[in-house]
Design a protein around this ligand. Structure first.
Ligand code: ADP
Ligand code: ASP
Ligand code: MG
Length: 406
């Protein structure tokens, strides 16, 4: 007997037929004698619709009410899947975040899980019951519903797998595994049988939506055996594993892109100590992450230009924070640009090989694509370019690093 957490994403529960298909898949695991907890997302498109309604009413919305609204989609699918399982004769019960409870901090809209109570689910397992858990939601320290950030059901699933000490956490989605790059934009993308936690973490952080970043962080920390596989075909997917489980390591294992970034340039910033702290401090206090940063050296004039990126969803708030402090910061102008994309190449092989970044720059130059900002770490190189070149850049890099499927 094994203990398994199965997570089904939005397209896998998009309508009643698919929910019934998911129920049959869950039943098959139950029939094998396994204990099963299922985590579900909202039906495809539902969360987007809920977010849109929130924004339509209040652009700089109150995050507590945003969470009340956007968490609603998962309540529907958890109840429906429990019913579908019952119809198949499988004892099942739905669970909302607060009922389990999934404890989180109270950073509404992107809360972090602090702990999960498992007593009740363990008790129900002992009675042969399947737990159907609404993903994406939790209970904040302020006793209100929180959500875990877009794509957060992955994290709900991995956190639950860690808390329940599950043997496996299977993430069922609309692709049959993790690919060298998004298979929706590069037809020659290759499916990987295995990928390291570290590379998966970078891929996710850099925009590969297939797993939410925190789910990978958590799997890595708690050594959860994580698999990404198709909910439509019955075949093995991609295993996320330790580096020593991978025999032949490629130089570059994947390419990711993120359209979720927006660029802000502050021109005429006084070039003196403390300025960066004065700019980035208030953004951090407002829970906004700044990603890429470039600062030009001033040419003796005492002022400089500072360019950085924030999440697109934070752009309005970031502008507000910076404009409120304009007098104190003393910059000349604030120039926002949301027509940008961050493209990154990732691979643990980079640690021991030089020239990876150079190959990227030449491949982009050959296509006439201008690089606006660059950032690097031990196992990745990222560039910010104009959004219109997304596909062209990703495809060219995929070929340049020899990743194309035969
Ligand atoms: P779900 O609703 O099941 O959570 P998501 O849309 O969040 O599904 O994630 C699956 C999607 O991730 C795929 O449809 C694919 O377009 C995208 N994706 C981006 N990068 C990759 C990659 N490297 N490998 C596989 N899928 C990727
Ligand atoms: N429904 C949520 C979203 O669309 C969570 C998830 O699907 O993982 O972001
Ligand atoms: Mg997802």
């Amino acid at each position: 007997m094994a203990r398994i957490v199965m997570k089904f994403g939005g397209t896998s529960v998009a309508d009643v037929d698919r929910i019934n298909a998911v129920a049959r898949r869950v039943k098959a695991e139950v029939d094998r004698g396994n204990e099963v907890a299922v985590v579900v997302s909202a039906m495809a498109g539902t969360t987007n619709q809920l977010v849109e309604w929130t924004r339509a009413i209040s652009r700089l919305h109150d995050a507590r009410e945003y969470d009340v609204v956007v968490s609603a989609g998962e309540q529907v699918t958890s109840g429906l899947l429990a019913l579908a399982l019952q119809e198949l004769g499988v004892p099942a019960r739905s669970w909302l975040g607060w009922q389990i409870p999934v404890h989180t901090d109270d950073v509404h809209g992107k809360a972090r899980i602090n702990g999960i109570g498992t007593d009740e689910i363990e008790k129900r397992f002992a009675q042969g019951q399947v737990a159907v858990v609404a993903g994406f939601q939790g209970l904040g320290g302020d006793n209100r519903i929180t959500t875990l950030g877009r794509g957060g059901s992955d994290t709900s699933a991995v956190a639950l797998a860690a808390a329940l000490k599950a043997d496996r956490c299977d993430i069922f989605t609309d692709v049959d595994g993790v690919y060298t790059t998004d298979p929706r934009i590069v037809a020659k993308a290759r499916k990987l049988d295995k990928i390291t936690y570290e590379e998966m973490l970078e891929m996710a952080s850099l925009g590969a939506k297939v797993l939410q970043i925190r789910s990978v962080e958590m799997a890595m920390k708690h050594r959860v055996r994580l698999q990404v596989l198709s909910s439509f075909v019955d075949q093995p997917g991609t295993l996320v594993v330790d580096e020593d489980e991978i025999v032949e390591q490629e130089l570059v294992s994947g390419i990711a892109y993120s359209r979720d970034e927006a660029k802000i340039t502050l021109t005429g910033v006084p070039d003196r100590p403390g300025v960066a702290a004065a700019i980035f401090g208030p953004l951090a206090e407002a829970s906004m992450n700044v990603d890429m940063i470039v600062q030009n050296v001033s040419e003796g004039g005492g002022t400089t230009d500072l360019t950085f990126t924030v999440a697109k969803s934070d752009l309005d708030r970031a502008i507000k924070v910076l404009e409120e402090r304009r007098d104190r910061l003393g910059y000349r102008a604030l120039v926002p640009d949301s027509d940008v994309v961050k493209v990154s190449v990732i691979g643990v092989g980079m640690r021991s090989h030089a020239g990876v970044a150079q190959r990227m720059f030449s491949a982009l130059a050959e296509k006439g694509i201008n690089i606006q900002v660059i950032s690097t770490s031990e196992i990745k190189v990222s560039v910010l370019i104009a959004e219109e070149y997304t596909e062209l850049a990703v495809r060219s890099l995929h070929t340049a690093y020899g990743l194309d499927a035969a």
